[in-house]
Each structure stands twice: as structure tokens, then as C-alpha cells.
Ligand binder design. Structure first.
Ligand code: SAM
Length: 303
């Protein structure tokens, strides 16, 4: 028989987070979709399910939850554990570069360290006021494209993805952030449908997971679209095409910023003559390089 919850044994927000985190630890969940530990993951689910705002955290931690809030929290915690689904697919939200984005299973959960670079308006790699046209290859939720447009108010951004499903989510976020006049969703296989358009910044978090790494990924990552993760046997199928076409699509003085995560060493070994500059991030993460158009041009010339 279901038990009735008394007002007196109603857990507080802090207790609900603690209990959920204990259950996550016991179930050996994997984290990495916006949080990197059980407590932060539990806090996001509890706050979402209880209809609370993270901004109010300090004042609501000691607040007792209602029976209805507890039911909603338990239902999501149960699903997080039994389905091994990233929390963002349960809450349909994720923050990136300080902005909230709608997400669902059609797109990768935003988590790229490139967010920090966008917050810095791509400086010091290019002068912020020189960023007039940006291309985001593999836009998914549109997080990089839209955050770039919001960071650089003078910029026009092409948000490219080969997946129409992903572009449907990009459009939701373009509308949500009211940037339809400056962010254009484009279906294209890398550069194929862009014609001869050129950009000051090409930024990309493409699929870069190789076969070996893909086979070892925790269940949570298998909930994401394979098209967003898998980059062929060595992970570099799409990256090679991005590198090869970048000169043609960059303005003089333009830059290419690319994320390749754990495939950094494979990329460096495949292109030993390319002077990749690997970036460091205050909030963690790595595997992001910057190349200038001049460097790419010299390589294309063989000089
Ligand atoms: C790693 S996800 C990145 C999504 C988003 N930019 C982010 O950082 O959260 C890679 C994206 O590239 C897209 N993609 C895969 N192959 C592509 C191709 N050939 N041309 C364009 N986009 C592609 C996938 O659909 C996916 O949305």
C-alpha cells in the first residue's frame, strides 16, 4: 500500500538533493553532460522538478517540499537511474555561455569548453569588433552559433548542420533568443551548401569520437545522436574536411576554432606540420585548437 507522507517528514530541498545524490552514486551513474558529479546533477533535477530557480538556492535549501514536488522529483530521479538518460533530456534545458537552451534527444547536450572563448568574444585570437560573420559547423542545439551572436552583437551567424532534426531544435533556440535576424540555420554537409561565403570566424564542435572510444562510452552518451558523436574510425572524418575547406571560407585575418576532445593526439599525429594552438580553459575541458587563415594558407601552399 502506498505510504502517506506527513508534513513533518517532508524532506527539505537540501535533503532531497542529498538523497538523490546518494542514489546516483549507488547506481554508478556517469556524469559529463553539464555536470561532473552526483550532487550537482541531483540539484538540477530537484530544482527543475520542484519548480525552483537556481538563483534562489540560498533561500530555498531549507524549505520543505510538498508531496506533489516529491512525486515529480522521484519520477525524474527514477528515470535518470533506470534509463541512464542525461538529466538535460529529462529537463529539456541546458545552460551554455550563460544562456539557457532547449535540448532534447535530437541534439547533443551542450557542454563545449568553447563557451569560454565565446564569452571572451573570441579575443585575443581576433579583435571582437572584427567578428562580422561567423560560421558554426555542426550546430546541434545552436548553442555555439546563438551564444556567438549574443556575444558579438554586430555579427551574422550561419548555423550549419547536416541533420534536419537537429536544425529543428536550432530554430527553437533561435526563436527563444530572438536572434532570427542574425542567426541563419542552414542544412549543409560541412561546407557543401554554403557556396563561396566567407567568414571571420569558423567555429566547430564536430563529431570527433573514433570507433574505439565510441565502444567504451558510458550508457548516457548512447542516448545522444550518434551523428553528433561519431567521426569515423579515427574520429577525424569530418575534421579533415573542415580543415581542408577552411582557407576557402575564411576572410583574411580570419580564424578557425575546432574542438576535437580526446582525439587531440590523433589529430596532431595525423597533421604533424600543422601549428595547432591548443587552448586552456578556466572551467576545465580541452582538446580545442585555434588556427589562423594565414597558417592554413601556408599549409595549402606547402610552404
Ligand atoms: C558534437 S555535435 C555539436 C553540437 C553543438 N555544436 C554543441 O556544441 O553542442 C556535432 C553536430 O555536427 C552535426 N554533423 C554531423 N555530421 C555533419 C556534417 N557532415 N555536416 C554538418 N554537420 C554535421 C551533428 O548532427 C551534430 O549536431
Amino acid at each position: 500500500m502506498p505510504q502517506q507522507r506527513n508534513q513533518s517528514d517532508a524532506p527539505t530541498v537540501a535533503q532531497a538533493i542529498e538523497r538523490a545524490a546518494e542514489r546516483f552514486e549507488a547506481a554508478h551513474l556517469s556524469f559529463g553532460h553539464g555536470t561532473d558529479n552526483a550532487v550537482d546533477e541531483a540539484a538540477e533535477i530537484v530544482f527543475f522538478a520542484a519548480g525552483l530557480r537556481h538563483e534562489d538556492a540560498a533561500s530555498v535549501y531549507a524549505q520543505a517540499l510538498t508531496a506533489q514536488q516529491c512525486e515529480r522529483i522521484d519520477a525524474l530521479i527514477d528515470r535518470r537511474i533506470s534509463e541512464r538518460v542525461p538529466a538535460a533530456y529529462l529537463t529539456n534545458r541546458m545552460w551554455f555561455a550563460g544562456h539557457e537552451f532547449f535540448v532534447d534527444e535530437r541534439v547533443l547536450v551542450p557542454r563545449s569548453p568553447i563557451a569560454e572563448l565565446i564569452e571572451a568574444r573570441f579575443e585575443p585570437w581576433i579583435a571582437a569588433d572584427a567578428v562580422r560573420r561567423v560560421l558554426d559547423i555542426g550546430t546541434g542545439s545552436g548553442c555555439i552559433a546563438i551564444a556567438s551572436a549574443l556575444a558579438c552583437p554586430g555579427a551574422q551567424v550561419d548555423a550549419v548542420d547536416v541533420s534536419l532534426d537537429a536544425l529543428a531544435v536550432t530554430r527553437i533556440n533561435i526563436d527563444r533568443h530572438r536572434v532570427a535576424d542574425r542567426v541563419r540555420p542552414v542544412q549543409s554537409d560541412v561546407y557543401a551548401d554554403l557556396g563561396v561565403r566567407t567568414y571571420d570566424v569558423i567555429v566547430t564542435n564536430p563529431p570527433y569520437v573514433g570507433s574505439e572510444e565510441l565502444a567504451s562510452l558510458p550508457e548516457e552518451y548512447r542516448r545522444e545522436p550518434k551523428l553528433g558523436l561519431y567521426g569515423g574510425e579515427d574520429g577525424l572524418d569530418i575534421v579533415r574536411r573542415i580543415l581542408a575547406g577552411a582557407v576557402m571560407h575564411l576572410e583574411p585575418g580570419g580564424i578557425l576554432i575546432g574542438e576535437v576532445g580526446n582525439t587531440e593526439e590523433v589529430l596532431q599525429a595525423a597533421f604533424p606540420d600543422v601549428p595547432f594552438v591548443w587552448l586552456e580553459f578556466e572551467r576545465g575541458g580541452g582538446g580545442v585548437f585555434v588556427l589562423t587563415r594565414d597558417e592554413l594558407e601556408r599549409l595549402a601552399d606547402g610552404s
